[in-house]
Design a protein around this ligand. Structure first.
Ligand code: ADP
Ligand code: TRP
Length: 312
């Protein structure tokens, strides 16, 4: 029996190669070792996204992205949170077990408020919805970025609180921190991030990718354009790059063109796959995923309702 892996994704617009190497590729690499579930966290997104058109588009796009990079819905259960009502139901039960001061300690909440996000009650209780996501499926491992580590701790805490009050019901999950791999630098050498405007798009056209690569900031001091090389290393082993960078010392344009070709070689097939995935395909995947998720979540909720005494 494989162990259960569960993770949630909040679609956050157009993916860049930092997202690919930092999140999607590592997910692909471990998903097969586990009985894996991938959930689109649309109700979590609702804490900050109030535009229905954007919500719909984001859900569809994020599923297309994951399918295009090679997540196979026959192996990985792909579903969306709002399709399985047990998530919000269990979140409520957890809300009634944890205290306000406990939730007030959440870093992610404090960070979001500091950034000026509205302090709505959903944002505040966000960790308990995430705990419900994870705990409904007897999850063993949760691959997340370092920023989500505390939320997995909160899930463990919720499980322990429930188990202490009502008897052994939930498994305590462990996080797998995906940030152990290096931070992918952007076109200015800082962390690639959509908020810094230094990204190379993952599913961009060749022209868009070329434009981003040509915009990589190069220093004029050394022979090797470090920012180009740092990104290039993701696409070819460093040793293989050495002769190229030796031969074309100081010829930044040539090296950038070589990088464009290497990115294109990896990205073009995924871009083609993505273009062929229709909205209807996404709906089918999500419907089938929801059926599989619901079967397990509903069974768990039967037990939970029984234990808390609302089933008479
Ligand atoms: P952004 O910084 O562009 O807003 P997100 O915060 O939406 O990206 O990140 C989504 C996922 O991609 C996270 O798991 C994050 O760890 C990963 N990721 C984002 N940027 C990078 C990067 N430059 N290097 C490695 N991983 C990254
Ligand atoms: N909060 C996570 C993020 O912002 C997304 C998420 C929601 C999640 N539910 C989850 C991640 C459950 C792991 C497990 O990235």
């Amino acid at each position: 029996m494989k162990k259960r892996l569960f993770t949630g994704i909040q679609s956050s617009g157009t993916l860049h190669i930092g997202n690919y190497f930092g999140a999607l590729k590592p997910f692909l690499e471990i998903a097969g070792d586990y009985d894996s579930m991938l959930m689109v966290a649309d109700y979590h997104a609702l804490t900050s996204l109030k535009d229905p058109e954007a919500m719909r588009a984001n859900i569809i796009n994020v599923v297309k992205d994951y399918l295009a990079v090679g997540v196979n819905p026959a192996d990985v259960v792909i579903f969306k949170q709002s399709d399985v009502s047990a998530h919000t139901e269990l979140a409520w039960i957890f809300d009634c077990l944890v205290t306000v001061p406990f939730l007030q300690q959440a870093h992610a909440y404090k960070d979001k408020i500091a950034k000026g996000l509205e302090a709505n009650a959903g944002l505040f209780t966000y960790p308990m919805l995430m705990a419900a996501d994870i705990l409904l499926y007897d999850t063993d491992v949760v691959p997340v970025g370092a920023d989500q580590k505390q939320h997995v701790e909160y899930a463990r805490e919720a499980a322990a609180k429930f188990n202490n009050s009502y008897g052994e019901t939930f498994k305590e999950p462990k996080e797998i921190i995906m940030e152990s791999i290096a931070t992918i630098p952007g076109t200015d050498g800082k962390k690639m991030s959509k908020s810094y405007g230094n990204t190379i798009p993952l599913f961009g056209t060749k022209d868009e990718i070329a434009k981003a690569v040509m915009g990589i900031v190069t220093d004029s001091t050394g022979d090797r354009p470090e920012h180009v090389h740092a990104i290039h290393k993701l696409f070819q082993a460093d040793g293989d790059l050495l002769p190229l960078y030796e031969e074309h010392k100081g010829k930044y344009k040539h090296l950038k063109e070589a990088l464009i070709e290497d990115i294109e070689r990896m990205v073009a097939p995924m871009r083609e796959v993505r273009a062929d995935i229709t909205d209807a395909d996404v709906k089918t995947v999500l419907e089938e995923g929801a059926l599989r998720a619901r079967a397990q979540a509903d069974a768990k909720m039967q037990d939970v309702r029984e234990k808390i005494g609302v089933r008479i």
